[in-house]
Write a protein that binds this ligand. Structure first.
Ligand code: ADP
Ligand code: MG
Length: 825
């Protein structure tokens, strides 16, 4: 048996949680049966009443253990000498029973030779209430404690099992409502614990009913006659009280269960002493066996190094498997005689008790979950969360988002989206909710595996595929000269780029220099032919690199558009084309030209198109600025006029008030001059508003134009840098990918990237994704929606900032951005 020392243990059934408590020793007591012949010289007690010492005279009588040792001292938890049933209960059982109501299992056992008082201790006399034992008192305590806990609904059930000659008997099977079962009872181990299959368990709502059950069981006990005590039981009896406590508050789905095992063991006296025969001998053998198995189990439990505890050797230990040690509160009472004649059995019982004391247990609450309550509570929670989600959706403007599982049609739609996305006909797949995201990934997987299969099928149709690890076949094929060392099929061409193909002529390594060499000529030519545009520039760029695998067949066709002079040069003058250095000697100046003059040259040649756009934008921008400045001036003069008109009107008003006001039927009468002033003011305000509206529009336009101008300028400069570096600085034989590194190539950047105003938001979203999402992956859709909302807000805020300006003087000239290092137009 493993001894878990983790604080919380979750069982397989997932509904049962045991909270581990602190370690505790088994409590062991000794109870001495009252006798007139108490052996005072042989049995003495410690002052604290927790130890018992045995002294035997060396020249002892026959039957006394014949070894050297004459003195023994046993340290226990208490010596019960001349103790009343009442005080025995308080010492031995009260705490165990109390803890059972809090969810702790408890086991109380009486051990000892026949007639020593086990049954008296456990059951007591059934005739005399005062002499009742632990059993009826425990039942009383349980019912009393239930009364004290109105917050809980607590049920009590009992069973009474007898083990006689390794056979299980149900001591309560005689009750009229217990159906007769033909199948013998058996001990069953289940995830919920040990139970005896076929044993009747009786619900008892009242103390009185519980007592009736107890008495019923007592009368059913099999009593065997014995030489030493006629009434002594020759069997083990286990009375079990099962407790289950549910909170009356429905929200609490946890409940606790516990059981108290009250065990009256059969006499522990050894076979030789009894002198029994026949049936009694058989009983005695079984008893001795089961008690020695009990001892073995206890020794194993006490030995912390032992992994295995032999519980299943007999019915007694098997039935008590989860009640010995483990998570139980456990108490043992050794019942002994005080007479000198019984000293050897007394010694043996005391040894048993002190061995029991070595066992450590970890009493723990048996907490379980009420599945039905839990489902109900989860349903409630689910409804609440759905409502919460609906609120979030409406706040985030995500109308009509459903969270139900997807049906076939929806999944098919996602599959088609994924396919379109992969083809490129769908730019992006909108994120809707977590379920949809998961399904998108799922469909990616589906499409991927389908495509893999298709590719392989295609390959198989075209080629004979050989497993790379299949060396025998590969060598055979190699010998036959069918494949080269790398496994490519010799001589095959493959348009899709598989196998060994023929590279397009333009892409052959080493030819790059030729395109390079005459770039200027080419540019000049192209310009003449009206070819130079950012697009054609890009194409030329691509052609001048050696990224052959990126060239699509359509690009190869494009090559035809390139002036034939160069094509001819590449094919008919291989020597010249393979030595780009020669070219540089002829075209490149020794030292690079100064940048300002090179820039002028660039603007007229390769950069002419972008320069033209740049100039256009700049002109528009300047025009709008000028207009804005004029409008601002007009606004200011209107404002001044408004102010003077207001002043005049105020003067008129004060004059009127000083004169005493005329009133006609509640209407104020004002003179014509004042009336004209009011009209003028009204007209001025109207003009002011209109002009202000114009200014606002102009400003928005200016901002937009400014942005375009900045971008054009940037592109012009970047392009110039690339051109300058390639033309004058970078050695011409540098691999193309290195040249391109770190610079943005004209036309290679998607326009959406350049004009994107939402970079910050995207960064922000990225940050949230990395910080918040791992903790709460379900929030993807929520944050997504939030981000869209924020972007919308930012946009309208920017627009509103123009509109919300209060009337007031406007700077006549709008500040221009700082000019670049270069002499830009
Ligand atoms: P066991 O069950 O161990 O065989 P019992 O409990 O049947 O022994 O006890 C044998 C007899 O001794 C009974 O008649 C019982 O009433 C009596 N007896 C045992 N212990 C006490 C005690 N502490 N006080 C009074 N009588 C006792
Ligand atoms: Mg007995």
């Amino acid at each position: 048996m493993g001894r878990p020392n983790i604080p919380m243990k979750r069982h397989k059934d997932k509904r049962r949680i045991i909270k581990m408590g602190t370690r505790k020793k088994v409590h062991a007591y000794v109870r001495i049966k009252p006798t007139d012949e108490f052996a005072y010289e042989m049995i003495t007690f410690g002052e604290d009443n927790k130890s018992i010492d045995i002294h035997i005279k060396k020249d002892g009588r026959k039957g006394i253990i014949n070894n050297q040792q004459t003195d023994w001292s046993f340290r226990l938890d208490g010596v019960l000498h001349d103790a009343s049933q009442d005080s025995v209960y308080d010492t031995v059982a009260k705490e165990v029973v109390a803890q059972a109501l809090d969810g702790y299992n408890g086991t109380i056992m009486c051990y000892g030779q026949t007639g020593a008082g086990k049954t008296y201790t456990m059951t007591g006399t059934t005739e005399n209430y005062k002499h009742r034992g632990i059993l009826p008192r425990a039942l009383q305590q349980v019912f009393r404690m239930i009364e004290e806990r109105p917050t809980h609904s607590i049920t009590v059930r009992v069973s009474y099992l007898e083990i006689y000659n390794e056979t299980l008997f149900d001591l309560l099977s005689t009750l009229p409502y217990v159906g007769n079962s033909d199948t013998p009872m058996s001990i069953v181990e289940s995830p919920q614990g040990i139970f005896v299959k076929g044993l009747s368990v009786h619900m008892t709502g009242r103390e009185e009913d519980a007592f009736s059950l107890l008495f019923e069981g007592e009368t059913n006990r099999i009593i065997a006659s014995h030489t030493m005590n006629k009434n002594s039981s020759r069997s083990h009896c286990i009375f079990t009280i099962y407790i289950e406590a549910h909170s009356r508050s429905l929200s609490d789905e946890k409940y606790i269960t516990s059981k108290i095992n009250l065990v009256d063991l059969a006499g522990s006296e050894r076979l030789g002493k009894t002198g029994s025969e026949g049936q009694i001998l058989k009983e005695a053998t079984y008893i001795n066996k089961s008690l020695s198995f009990l001892e073995q189990a206890i020794i194993a439990l006490g030995d912390r190094k032992r992994e295995h505890v032999p519980f299943r050797q007999c019915k007694l230990t098997h039935a008590l498997k989860d009640s010995l040690g483990g998570n139980c509160n456990m108490v043992i009472v050794a019942n002994v005689y005080g007479d000198a004649t019984q000293l050897d059995e007394t010694l043996s019982s005391l040894r048993f008790a002190s061995r029991m004391k070595l066992i450590t247990t970890e009493p723990a609450v048996n907490e379980k979950y009420d599945a039905e309550r839990m489902v109900k509570n989860l349903e409630k929670e689910l409804i609440l969360l759905k409502q919460e989600l609906a609120i979030h959706d409406s706040l985030a403007n995500r109308a009509m988002v459903t969270y139900d599982p997807m049906d076939e049609v929806q999944i098919a739609e996602i599959n088609s989206q994924v396919r379109r996305y992969l083809e490129g006909s769908l730019e992006e797949i909108d994120i809707i909710n977590l379920r949809q995201i998961q399904e998108v990934f799922n469909q990616f997987k589906v499409v991927l595996s389908q495509q893999e299969q298709e590719v392989e099928a295609n390959l198989r149709r075209k080629y004979t595929l050989i497993n790379k690890n299949d060396y025998v076949t590969i060598t055979a094929v190699q010998k036959a000269g069918l494949v080269d060392v790398e496994g490519h099929t010799v001589g095959e061409t493959d348009g899709q780029g598989f196998g060994l193909g023929i590279a397009p002529f333009s892409a052959k390594p080493g030819k790059k220099g030729k395109f390079k060499k005459s770039f200027r000529d080419l540019a000049g030519l192209a310009k003449k032919e009206g070819l130079l545009s950012p697009v054609s520039g890009k194409d030329i760029d691509s052609l001048s690199t050696s990224r052959t695998q990126l060239l699509s067949p359509s690009k190869e066709v494009d090559v035809k558009d390139v002036p034939s002079r160069d094509r001819e040069a590449s094919s008919s003058e291989p020597v010249a084309s393979d030595s780009p250095k020669e070219d540089s000697r002829t075209t490149r100046p020794g030292t690079p030209p100064p940048k300002p003059s090179a820039f002028e040259e660039f603007k007229n040649e390769r950069g002419s198109e972008i320069n033209r756009i740049f100039k256009q934008n700049k002109t528009i921008l300047n025009d709008r600025r000028k207009k804005a400045s004029e409008t601002a001036q007009r606004i200011n003069s209107i404002k001044r006029e408004i102010d003077t008109t207001k002043e005049a009107l105020d003067a008129q008003k004060t004059f009127r008030e000083e004169q005493g006001e005329y009133e006609n039927k509640g209407l104020m009468i004002i003179d014509e001059e004042e009336f004209l002033l009011i009209l003028k003011l009204k007209e001025l305000k109207k003009q002011y508003r209109e002009e202000y509206q114009d200014l606002r529009d102009l400003k928005a336009e200016i901002q937009y134009c400014q942005h375009l101008v900045d971008q054009c300028r940037q592109r012009l400069l970047t392009e110039f840098d690339i051109w300058y570096n390639e033309s004058f600085l970078i050695p011409e034989d540098t691999p193309a990918p290195l040249k391109a590194k770190g610079s943005i190539k004209l036309g290679l950047l998607p326009l959406s990237k350049l004009t994107s105003l939402a970079e910050d938001d995207e960064d922000k979203f990225g940050r949230i994704q990395t910080s918040a999402l791992p903790d709460c992956p379900d929030s993807v859709s929520f944050y997504n929606a939030r981000m869209k909302l924020d972007q919308k807000k930012n946009y309208s805020k920017t627009m509103a900032s123009f509109q919300n300006k209060k009337p007031g003087p406007v700077p006549a000239v709008l500040k221009e951005k700082s000019p670049s290092d270069y002499n830009l137009p």
